[in-house]
Design a protein around this ligand. Structure first.
Ligand code: FAD
Length: 552
């Protein structure tokens, strides 16, 4: 029997783990002020699984039997809960739909192959039967990249890669590891770490997302400043197609025409099934530190991040939150008492005496990795840039807060949904010269959308993932929903996305396209760009068997 673990069908993470605010005294007042939500009111119970209307499987007994002979009894299932878990990702739209019992179409069966040969045999059988195949990694995407098309008449197979979860080999001489595509973040780092290596890819969804999913969505981890985005980390790969395997060798660079490797990265299951990826890996660093810094304003923080990106310093993380997000982060701290509470109070007094408006204070995290002497050198370089822009270092405390919160925050969305508020994110990347413009436009667009809806909405932002030429801006927005939560969400989300593309940003820096962002593809990559991409999908998948309707 298959024993791949999945997240809750109705939300993030595993059953029994949830966001908790009783130990965070500043959180309830913060939420009240931010979106007008009173956390003293009881949470609404969401549907139980038995209350869902799950469409019957359309797979015939013969087809199920055929697939079972390919992957073994117990590795093909039409179980309702399995099919529901494989229907959606974790976008706010997905969560709202599942909570509203909105399941017009689910996969008809879930198949768990054990290796590449089994993937190939399932793909061949599926294409021969004109079925649809939707590869499934961890189900964490937030762009609607898994959602079956509601009008699809053909049998839909969710091909879960969860059994392909091993690090196959490490080429120690080259710093390359070959890893199966279904391996999840913690398992990859555990297997590599046991031999002294790290891949260094840590998206906020790390605990439940997979290598194949990262590659198929062009993911980026929080330490991308040092390790690169998945597009940089991926050196070679193997992808199953109906007529054979695409095998891309792990060479450091190649001059072999338009890059097929790049075409597969971000393909969201539209070109085939990625089974194996060869990634660059690094020796586990001797020292890893995340330090906190305060800046007097967002503009000062932004200028400092830009200068760090241009400098000789190469931190693993550069991140600065605007004043609103800094307020949010500080409100999610656990209660501090004794010395630490006194230190915080004292520091705030000093900053006020220096003329800082504490309402404008921006919290920054900078990460350092490497040998002790390298980390010391980097901290010196960064410290002088921070000071030049009016900032101050506040030590390891906020860095520990960052480490504590980073994988917990995803549970907050379910907590808010249970209480009638929706929270979601939109992120972009733009050149340094246009970042402030994009920032202003996105804030204005969200606030105009809130005014139109007549709601007390919230938007906050941080900069992360810095590059030589620009950076990623990551916005989080929230509001109390009314009678049409999805329609209201769409208004706010669309306004922000439109502001991105109108002001020189991309529709997404690392959350992919799916169905959520596809309306902006033409504005982002041009009509001719879309024509080339459409030609690729049409010729590579003439029968529309591979995750149709995503990206374009
Ligand atoms: P899935 O959601 O299962 O699938 C995503 C897409 O990839 C689908 O189209 C699927 O068909 C395709 N696919 C999956 N596996 C394969 C395969 N083997 N071959 C071919 N196609 C495949 N993303 C980031 O980049 N950085 C972040 O920091 C980040 N933080 C997040 C935090 C939260 C709380 C959430 C909910 C999401 C976050 N994401 C982030 C988005 C998401 O985690 C990424 O898109 C991730 O890469 C998806 O991986 P997955 O394994 O869950 O893929």
């Amino acid at each position: 029997m298959t024993s791949v673990e999945h997240m809750k069908w109705w939300g993030w993470g595993v059953e029994g783990v949830a966001f908790e605010h009783s130990n965070k005294p500043d959180f309830a007042p913060f939420v009240k002020q931010a979106v007008g939500l009173d956390l003293r009111k009881p949470a609404q119970a969401h549907l139980s699984f038995d209350e869902l209307t799950v469409p019957a499987s359309r797979a015939s007994d013969e087809f199920i039997a055929e697939l079972s002979t390919l992957v073994g009894q117990g590795h093909v299932t039409t179980d309702d809960q399995e099919r529901v878990v494989h229907t959606y990702g974790k976008s706010i739209r997905d969560l709202l739909r599942i909570r509203a019992n909105d399941l017009p179409r689910t996969p008809d069966l879930v198949v768990y192959p054990a290796d590449e040969a089994e993937v190939a045999s399932v793909v061949a059988a599926a294409v021969a039967a004109d079925a649809v195949i939707i590869p499934f990694g961890g189900g964490t995407n937030i762009a609607g990249s898994l959602d079956p098309q509601p009008t699809e008449e053909r049998v839909i197979i969710s091909l879960d890669l969860g059994r392909l979860d091993r690090v196959l080999s490490i080429d120690e001489g080259s710093g390359l590891a070959t890893i199966q595509a279904g391996a999840q973040g913690p398992s990859i780092e555990e297997q590599l770490g046991a031999k002294g290596w790290t891949m260094g890819h840590f998206p906020d969804s790390f605990t439940h997302s997979t290598l194949g999913g990262w590659v198929a969505t062009r993911s980026s981890g929080m330490q991308s400043d040092k390790y690169g985005d998945i597009a940089d980390i991926t050196k070679g790969l193997r992808m199953v197609r109906p007529n054979g395997i695409v095998a891309i060798r792990p060479v450091p660079s190649a001059s072999t025409g338009p890059s097929v490797r790049e075409m597969i990265i971000g393909s969201e299951g539209r070109l085939g099934i990625i089974t194996e990826v060869t990634v660059q890996v690094h020796r586990t660093p001797a020292v890893r530190e995340v330090l906190g810094y305060f800046f007097p304003t967002w503009e000062a923080g932004l200028a400092a991040m830009h200068e760090i990106a241009e400098s000789d310093a190469s931190p693993s993380v550069t991140r600065v939150s605007n004043a609103r997000e800094s307020g949010f982060s500080l409100a999610t701290r656990k209660a501090s008492t004794g010395v630490s509470a006194q230190v915080t109070k004292g520091l705030m007094k000093v900053l006020t005496a220096r003329g800082w408006d504490l309402e404008q204070l921006c919290l920054s995290f900078i990460g350092y990795e490497g040998s002790a002497s390298h980390v010391r050198y980097e901290k010196g370089l960064v410290g002088s840039i921070v000071r030049k822009h009016g900032g101050i270092g506040v030590g390891k405390g906020p860095g520990a807060l960052y480490d504590q919160k980073k994988f917990d925050t995803p549970y907050l969305r379910d907590f808010l949904l249970d209480r009638g508020a929706a929270a979601d994110v939109s992120e972009t990347a733009a050149p340094w010269s246009r970042l402030q413009e994009v920032y202003d436009a996105a804030n204005d667009a969200a606030n105009a959308a809130y005014d139109k809806l007549g709601v007390h909405g919230w938007i906050m932002c941080h900069l992360s993932h810095s590059y030589h030429s620009g950076a990623c801006l990551y916005f989080t927005f929230a509001f109390i929903t009314g009678d049409d939560p999805i329609g209201e969400y769409e208004q706010v989300k669309s306004a922000i996305q439109q502001a991105f593309v109108d002001h020189g940003g991309t529709l997404s820096h690392h959350h992919a396209v799916g169905v959520e962002h596809s309306p902006w593809m033409e504005q982002d990559i041009s009509t001719e760009g879309v024509a080339i991409m459409r030609g690729l999908f049409d010729s590579a998948d003439p029968g529309s068997n591979f995750n149709p309707g995503k990206i374009l």
